[in-house]
Design a protein around this ligand. Sequence first.
Ligand SMILES: Nc1ncnc2c1ncn2[C@@H]1O[C@H](COP(=O)(O)OP(=O)(O)OP(=O)(O)O)[C@@H](O)[C@H]1O
Length: 372
Amino acid sequence: MIELRGVTKTYPGGQTAVNNLSLDIDRGAITVLVGPSGCGKTTTMRMINRMVEPTSGAVLVDGEDIADRKASDLRRSMGYVMQSSGLMPHRTVLDNIATVPRLNGVPRKDARTRASELLEVVGLAPDLGRRYPAQLSGGQQQRVGVARALAADPPILLMDEPFSAVDPVVRQELQEELLRLQRDMAKTIVFVTHDIDEATILGDKVAVLNIGGVLAQYATPEEILRAPASDFVAGFVGRDRGFRHLSFQEGEGVRIHSIQTIEVDRLGDPDAAVTSPWTLAVDAGGRPQGWVPQNRRSAIRSAGDLVPGGSLYRRGDTLRRALDAALSAPSGLGVAVDDEGRVVGSVRAGEILELIEDARVSRGRANYNTAV
Ligand SMILES: Nc1ncnc2c1ncn2[C@@H]1O[C@H](COP(=O)(O)OP(=O)(O)OP(=O)(O)O)[C@@H](O)[C@H]1O
């Protein structure tokens, strides 16, 4: 566990970046520090590996004051991933990943073997290991940055805006990858971001900081969305928080209705019945391909003529996914699929809203009153 005990950092020149911050960071979990630009996130993180020394207060790791540890040893026991991947441009990807193990005395061959394994762990092809960082895309560089931070198998991983320089699609992939890795690794991860969505997706716990490194709220993402502790937090969490909170509500009770389907191969067959206002076209494996509106049946003769579908709801997904499936479907019928992606039926927005309302009521009035 990492404990910040009344930590303050005033930079030379008088800027107080972090003011009397106390925080217990759980072992084996992802703790996200989030807040507006300049609120002291990076300073806080850097006090954990002594890249920045606190002006007062203490940081403890497993009960030991890190001021008593040699800074270079401490840093090697913590992986560090930055926004710009921070890779050394004149070294190959493999050598970059092997850097810290080499510094720790691991023989070159062993360090490179481990580096190759790590490339695979972070989802990169082995042949990329021979390239130089400039020959990789931004997203690939960030993956290498993660591999390098993991190379010495440190119990603690510090990640400072590691995914903010890549486009939203790659960013989502990297977030999913990190969560997948974390399920196996169970590292103690401290993750800095200014993006509240990223914070709520990744964090087991989220610390919202205000300017001056003042802790505004420290709670689970679910709680921060449901019950922001102050106007500042509510404002920072921003719009759609009610909707985003649905990400934390299980969609198990969602009713699945039967749905009329037609195989795409039969679209050209005028005898193939389309009796519902909207019929879902499926491939031979039963996977959804798009919609046939009854009033345009004659114009839809092949897969290319179909009206595109919306998002899909898998059984067990959250209420947010269920509602999104229903709202994004042109038919108003959210398509529900099984784990293999085969259509199992449809879900309806009105029923999902009823479930949301039921859940709200059963959470209890007192609880809800603190949320609004
Ligand atoms: N080396 C430094 N010397 C003086 N002031 C600094 C130094 N580093 C940071 N600061 C100031 O301390 C405050 C907090 O900076 P910090 O980088 O920790 O914030 P942050 O929340 O990580 O910001 P961002 O999201 O913009 O990266 C800012 O006002 C910043 O200008």
